[in-house]
Write a protein that binds this ligand. Structure first.
Ligand code: SF4
Length: 311
């Protein structure tokens, strides 16, 4: 058996920042510490932080007045900030700067009188947060069928934005459909898909032909992890999305297979290594790391954690 280890894979700069922010906040303010939504979409990380006294909530009403609350890497709508202020919470914003960039664009377009067509997946935390910036000026489209169903008059002042963790290929098709229907539409030169999502997808696309089976470390609710498995399947390969080695099924493999291993932007590297060790041990697998692109992106801690509190 041969294991091809895709690089880049796993943690992105936004996830690194959010995890470091939560660890720093725990050290500084102690438990219990509240996080609005999962800090990142990864089950093992959420479980680890729960054990340290972090309480993940889906509603600000669950946070006792005066407590500390952190906003996850996916960002929040202004309404959530308002509710936090109303409850006198100490809010720490661990939103990824690349998500904030899309929020800022949504606010700007709405102020300038544009109607925004936002390409994203309904119900995702990031989508809810971004749409909440201009709820009266944004419509969501998920695919080209949704674009075909849009009924704006041809000369409507329109702009488009996208979720940061979409499929590069599918999004390109949706944007092309939008531009064909509304040639005047404003928007980013390409899309808002972040560097980490693009690079992980590029690595899978480049390496998938050499593989018989693809393993993606990541959680079911992780958008960018799901897209990696989708790319493998679109290329005719069996692909499995797993959180940990415990979900690995040895019946997926033949002893002479080549396995491509990658990980979504919120999947910890120790879980990747556990899968590798298991396959090495079981099938005497050889490992080859293949670097498709170098990454050197880092984001600073949230503003609220950059200065020490006065004693
Ligand atoms: S996947 Fe992209 S947008 Fe999301 S946290 Fe990572 S860098 Fe930020």
């Amino acid at each position: 058996m041969k294991l091809i280890l895709a690089n880049p894979r796993g943690f992105c700069a936004g996830v690194n920042m959010a995890i470091e922010a939560l660890e720093t906040a725990l050290t500084r303010f102690g438990a219990p510490l509240y996080v609005y939504h999962e800090i990142v979409h990864n089950r093992p990380i959420v479980v680890r932080f729960r054990a340290k006294g972090v309480i993940f909530v889906d509603s600000i009403a669950e946070v006792p007045p005066g407590s500390t609350v952190m906003y996850s890497a996916h960002g929040v709508a202004p309404e959530i900030r308002r509710q936090s202020a109303e409850r006198n919470l100490r809010a720490i914003d661990a939103t990824c700067p690349l998500v904030t960039k899309v929020h800022t664009a949504a606010i700007r377009y709405a102020k300038e009188g544009y109607t925004i067509v936002y390409i994203g997946h309904e119900g995702h935390d990031e989508v809810i947060g971004t749409m909440g910036e201009a709820p009266d000026s944004i419509v969501l489209v998920e695919d080209v069928e949704d674009v075909a169903a849009l009924t704006f008059p041809p000369d409507t002042k329109l702009a488009f934005l996208t979720q940061t963790t979409l499929s590069v290929d599918e999004t390109r098709g949706i944007i092309a459909a939008l531009r064909q229907k509304y040639p005047q539409i404003a928007g980013p030169s390409q899309d808002d898909i972040c560097y980490a999502t693009q690079n992980r997808q590029e690595a899978v696309r480049d390496l998938v032909d050499e593989a018989d089976v693809v393993i993606v470390l990541g959680s079911r609710n992780s958008s960018n992890s799901n897209r990696l498995a989708e790319i493998a399947r679109q290329n005719g390969k069996a692909a499995y999305l797993i959180d940990t080695v415990a979900e690995l099924n040895l019946n997926w493999f033949r002893p002479t297979d080549t396995i491509l291993i990658t990980a979504g932007a919120s999947a910890p590297e120790d879980h990747v290594q556990e899968v590798i060790n298991h396959l090495r041990h079981t099938f005497a697998a050889e490992v080859e790391t293949r670097t498709v692109r170098e990454e050197n992106v880092r984001f600073p801690l949230p503003r609220e954690l950059r200065v020490l509190p006065r004693i």
